[in-house]
Design a protein around this ligand. Structure first.
Ligand SMILES: Nc1ncnc2c1ncn2[C@@H]1O[C@H](COP(=O)(O)OP(=O)(O)OP(=O)(O)O)[C@@H](O)[C@H]1O
Ligand SMILES: [Mg+2]
Length: 233
């Protein structure tokens, strides 16, 4: 029964294939080992994902960091439409699935998906729903740092207790895992939601934006140059 592992990230997503007791990251169709979780509508109306979408990011034509509000019921404006967060996440899951199938020339209908340690019911449910809508039955949801710790533990020779922290674009998660005779025991897995690179970027952007305003009198954070300014930050 072939299945893939998906780390659906706020900023980047990664797909892995588990075979012969080993997890291997699958490159996407561009040969990259991670796919930016970004959707951009091209000028001709077609959709681009991943690196291309990130490079052509546009305030009106792009969506990023959808995972942060997945399952919240919030609507997202996107080129004249008001999309549900689930619709966008489903598009991203579909892209990850299609790329994985292309890379190893196999059809996948099942997946193990990781979620932040602090994920609440609605976000967990929405993650399953979106993977399902993309044609992937979710076998199980694993806490993100726990998945990393298990992967490490697969090759560990000795019994040990490891701590893994995962500082992402949206959340900071920590897992303590005991590896004992090849059995994994998740001792604890906790996270801080809304504490990731996005939050650091916003905090730094606001600080510098305020200073810029004090010096020049120009409110760059509420101007057409906001995106360029934030990129520079
Ligand atoms: N070289 C770097 N130095 C500092 N920060 C970086 C660097 N490269 C990427 N980042 C930041 O790391 C974050 C992305 O990390 P990562 O891909 O692990 O997140 P994610 O898995 O998508 O998010 P999450 O797990 O929270 O859903 C972004 O905020 C990005 O700006
Ligand atoms: Mg992550």
């Amino acid at each position: 029964m072939p299945y893939i592992g998906i780390d659906f990230g706020t900023s980047n997503s990664v797909v892995a294939n588990f075979q012969y007791g080993q997890a291997d990251v699958l490159p996407n169709s561009e040969g990259q080992k991670w796919t930016p979780s970004v959707v951009t509508m091209r000028r001709d109306g077609s959709l681009s994902f991943g690196q291309e979408a990130k490079e052509n990011f546009d305030e009106e034509r792009s969506i990023r960091s959808i995972k942060r509000i997945l399952g919240s019921g919030e609507r997202v404006p996107f080129v004249g439409q008001n999309l549900r967060t689930e619709q966008i996440a489903t598009m991203l899951f579909s892209k990850l699935k299609a790329d994985a199938q292309k890379t190893i020339n196999e059809n996948f209908t099942k997946a193990v998906v990781t979620i932040p340690a602090n994920s609440k019911g609605l976000a967990r449910h929405a993650t399953k729903l979106c993977a399902g809508a993309a044609g992937l039955q979710v076998l199980t949801l694993i806490n993100e740092p726990t998945a990393a710790a298990i992967c490490y533990g697969l090759n560990a020779q000795q019994d040990q207790t490891v701590l893994v922290y995962d500082f992402g674009g949206g959340t900071l998660d920590v897992t303590i895992l005991r590896i004992h005779h090849g059995v994994f025991e998740e001792i604890s897995s906790k996270g801080v939601g809304k504490l990731g690179g996005d939050d650091l970027d916003t905090a730094l952007g606001n600080l510098l934006g305020r200073r810029f305003m004090e010096k020049t009198g120009y409110d760059i954070l509420n101007s057409p140059f906001k995106h360029q300014f934030m990129l520079a930050v």
